[in-house]
Design a protein around this ligand. Structure first.
Ligand SMILES: *[C@@H]1O[C@H](CO)[C@@H](O)[C@H](O)[C@H]1NC(C)=O
Ligand SMILES: *[C@@H]1O[C@H](CO)[C@@H](O)[C@H](O)[C@H]1NC(C)=O
Ligand SMILES: *[C@@H]1O[C@H](CO)[C@@H](O)[C@H](O)[C@H]1NC(C)=O
Length: 320
């Protein structure tokens, strides 16, 4: 289980304003996350990765920086974040699932051509479906996979669902279709292998223009791993040193999607419903699609997630 964030904005944003400076930034989530379902420990210290597109070269592949050091101990990450601006960024802090080594090749996000991908959760019983999954993947994608995690192989499966994953641009619906097929195939493989534990599939994928992500579990009585979003005209620091989402004239200039809210201002964050596909279009419009497969159950009496603003131990009056 890990934590991730991605954002898309009309104008380039300094990475530090999303990744390192907010009160519950992804860096703080790396040592103090509040909402992980496994609740074993609050640490996501098994490496991290950040990937961004250069605003001057929007149709070029992203730059990805990964390290096996914990994100909170990485001066390079803070230095880069304080200087780099981008319109579209993915960042991931890792808590390795048992059995998967801590190595740079296992750090998210991964890229292939212009596409970039990250995952929070796990594919249940992965070892029992790994061979069958690999058999579906053509050689060029197969040889591009250098790590050994369920997440990176899910990316391989996703790439396999696209006609030409090396194209520089995709229609958002193509990415959506390929991501939904990936979820369906993972479920089919699990069913054939008789796996009886739930998978948690919070995937995020981008081509540098659109973002498509899922909050998904194949289990109908438990919530999926947490996922929130926020949007507005700008996300900046106020005089109290708190980041706020501003909503001037209903303009959507920035959309943030994150495993946990980046601030303790509850009204700035919406939970993405279980089993939903979330899309940010190239024009920064947001669309939500319920994933109405056999695991879709809007009335499910799911075990509720612990509300983050009470665990946070810092209830801010006026905003709750
Ligand atoms: C986030 O982490 C920094 C240290 O890296 C700390 O100074 C700050 O208080 C933390 N914020 C919260 C809200 O815990
Ligand atoms: C930071 O980058 C330098 C190269 O400039 C490298 O030697 C060092 O290992 C990096 N440190 C971390 C913490 O990634
Ligand atoms: C999904 O999760 C449940 C656990 O609730 C499990 O019994 C089932 O086998 C899983 N897999 C599929 C593909 O439904």
């Amino acid at each position: 289980m890990c934590r991730w964030i991605c954002f898309k904005a009309k104008a380039p944003v300094l990475l530090a304003d999303l990744l390192t400076r907010p009160s519950h930034s992804i860096i703080n989530q790396s040592f103090d996350c509040r909402l992980r379902l496994d609740e074993v420990r609050p640490l996501n210290g098994d490496g991290f990765g950040v990937g961004w597109y250069d605003p001057a070269e929007p149709f070029e592949p992203p730059c990805v920086f990964t390290s096996v050091l914990p994100a909170w101990n990485n001066p390079n990450l803070s230095r880069l974040a304080a200087k780099i601006k981008s319109n579209l960024v993915f960042c991931h802090v890792r808590a390795a699932s048992s059995g998967f080594p801590i190595s740079e090749s296992n750090c998210h996000p991964w890229s292939y051509g212009n596409l970039m991908f990250q995952h929070n959760g796990y594919v249940a019983g992965f070892n029992k479906i790994k061979r069958a999954l690999q058999a579906l993947i053509p050689d060029d994608i197969y040889h591009h996979i250098h790590g050994n995690t369920d997440s990176e192989w899910s990316f391989g499966l996703f790439l396999t669902q696209l006609d030409d994953p090396l194209r520089t641009q995709f229609v958002p619906d193509e990415l959506k279709g390929a991501l939904l097929k990936t979820v369906t195939i993972l479920n089919q493989l699990a069913t054939s292998a008789g796996i009886d534990t739930p998978s948690l599939l919070n995937f995020a994928v981008t081509d540098g223009r659109s973002i498509v992500c899922t909050r998904y579990t194949n289990c109908s009585d438990r919530e999926a791993a947490s996922l929130y979003w926020s949007s507005g005209s700008k996300f900046t620091c106020d005089e109290n040193n708190e980041y706020q989402m501003h909503k001037a004239a209903k303009k959507e200039d920035i959309v943030i999607i994150s495993s946990e809210p980046l601030t303790f201002t509850k009204s700035d964050w919406c939970k993405i419903p279980d089993n939903t596909l979330f899309m940010v279009t190239p024009n920064v419009n947001v669309l939500l699609f319920p994933i109405e497969d056999e695991h879709w159950n809007p009335k499910a009496d799911r075990e509720p997630e612990v509300p983050w603003w009470t665990v946070a131990g810092r209830i801010r009056s006026g905003t709750e």
